[in-house]
Design a protein around this ligand. Structure first.
Ligand code: FAD
Length: 377
């Protein structure tokens, strides 16, 4: 039986980033059920890096990750990981006061965030109907498009270069801990040994915790739908910002010659290979045609993925309070890529008993806010 210091379960962004940070200091194996890495949620995102999205801790971990993504080490990827996009959160007249409060809150962490009056918002994003931005908009000029494949691939390449092993087609089906070590059974009957398990199983994190005898952290996978459609003929959308309505009930994000769109749905689901529902696409089309001047004639591609949240919508990172050697890295929600670098970094640091990295702690993140123990009664 092969033996490791850390067995990371899941080769999505969470698992490969943790491996990237752990592998220089420990013997690491990544166990992934699918025949490719990033098959589930990581391969299905909208690829936006927004430092105004999520709880205060999520925003801080996003900022810490952005420092790496904007300036990765030589050889990490052969082109930039982030490219400028800009994001506009637009709201109706009656939402103005609430939006201005949010804008002030966001600007404390991200000083470039600006408040736009309705006319300025419409100038920046002329596809909006006047009433959609009737209260104005919050503008985040430094929100960026992410190259998710390059980020995920860079972590994996770096982890392997430092000695980590990736095993695909390796579903973990049973766990047993004896004499300070885990025996991990795989579906094909093979066994792997490890001192510690890192649970980076995405929507399945509570299922994996159950195999180890842990009390669940209460993870709820929520389906989110996305699709693409062509931009109006002759309209250059390359430099338009993404638009999200203030209630987060739809968004559109310009891509090359097309839009990526979503009804921003959050339908609770069992962990599964999520598929899009026609009704959710239809709801998004209606909301986008109501909020903008766009007419959506044909859906090009559609997909869905599971964004998995715990009750406070924060990340869960830390050793289980009861089950020895079981480390949770779960609850990435709608932020797993934008937080990916620093989430992996802080997970590795905590797993090695070194506490939170200073740059993350300096941004106001505490171990207690991330601890799986926070759900204990
Ligand atoms: C439509 C949509 C838009 C999004 N937009 C953004 C965005 O703009 N920005 C952003 O940052 N995030 C976004 N997200 C969220 C982001 O994609 C997720 O937070 C992130 O991908 C979660 O990564 P993960 O590694 O935790 O999970 P996953 O990528 O799902 O990886 C978990 C892996 O664990 C494996 N696994 C599970 N159980 C086992 C087992 N027993 N044995 C072996 N392997 C196992 C699974 O096969 C899977 O590959 C979006 C998500 C969706 C669906």
């Amino acid at each position: 039986m092969q033996d490791f210091d850390f067995a990371i379960v899941g080769a999505g962004i969470a698992g490969v980033s943790a491996a990237f940070h752990l592998a220089p200091n420990a013997k690491v194996v990544i166990l992934e059920r699918e025949h490719v890495a990033a098959y589930h949620t990581t391969g299905r995102s909208a690829a936006l890096h927004s430092e105004t999205y999520g709880s205060a801790e999520i925003r801080a971990i996003t900022v810490a990750s952005g420092r790496f993504y904007r300036n990765p080490p030589q050889g990490f990827a052969d082109h930039p990981l982030l490219t400028p996009r800009g994001a506009l959160i637009a709201g109706r007249a009656e939402q103005k006061a609430a939006m201005q409060k949010s804008a002030a809150d966001y600007a404390r962490l991200v000083p470039s965030v600006r408040w736009l009056e309705p006319a300025e918002a419409l100038k920046l994003q002329p596809l909006l109907k006047a009433e959609t931005a009737g209260g104005g908009a919050i503008f985040e000029p430094e929100a960026d498009d992410m190259d998710v494949a390059a980020i995920h691939g860079g972590f994996l390449k770096g982890a392997r270069a430092a000695g980590a092993v990736l095993r695909l087609n390796s579903e973990v089906t049973a766990l047993d801990r004896r004499d300070g070590r885990w025996t991990i059974w795989l579906k094909d009957g093979e066994e792997v040994g490890a001192a510690n398990i890192i649970d980076a199983a995405g929507a399945w994190a509570d299922v994996l915790g159950g195999l180890a005898g842990c009390v669940p952290v209460g993870l709820v996978p929520k389906r989110r739908t996305a699709f693409t459609f062509d931009a109006p003929l002759g309209l250059d959308i390359a430099n338009l910002p993404m638009v999200i309505d203030f209630d987060e009930t739809w968004y559109i994000k310009p891509e090359v010659g097309q839009f990526l769109a979503s009804p921003a749905d959050e339908t609770p689901s069992e962990p599964c290979d999520a598929q899009p529902e026609e009704m959710d696409v239809a709801i998004a089309v209606d909301r986008i045609e109501t909020g903008t001047t766009l007419q959506i004639r044909r859906i090009k591609n559609k997909w869905a993925g599971l964004r998995s949240f715990v009750s406070d919508k924060n990340l869960v990172a830390g050793y289980d309070p009861v089950v020895e050697g079981f480390f949770w890295l779960a609850g990435q929600g709608g932020y797993g890529i934008q937080t990916g670098y620093a989430a992996g970094q802080l997970a590795a640091s905590l797993a090695l008993g070194k506490g939170l990295p200073k740059d993350v702690a300096d941004l106001g993140v505490t171990e207690a806010a991330l601890s799986p123990g926070r759900f204990a009664a």
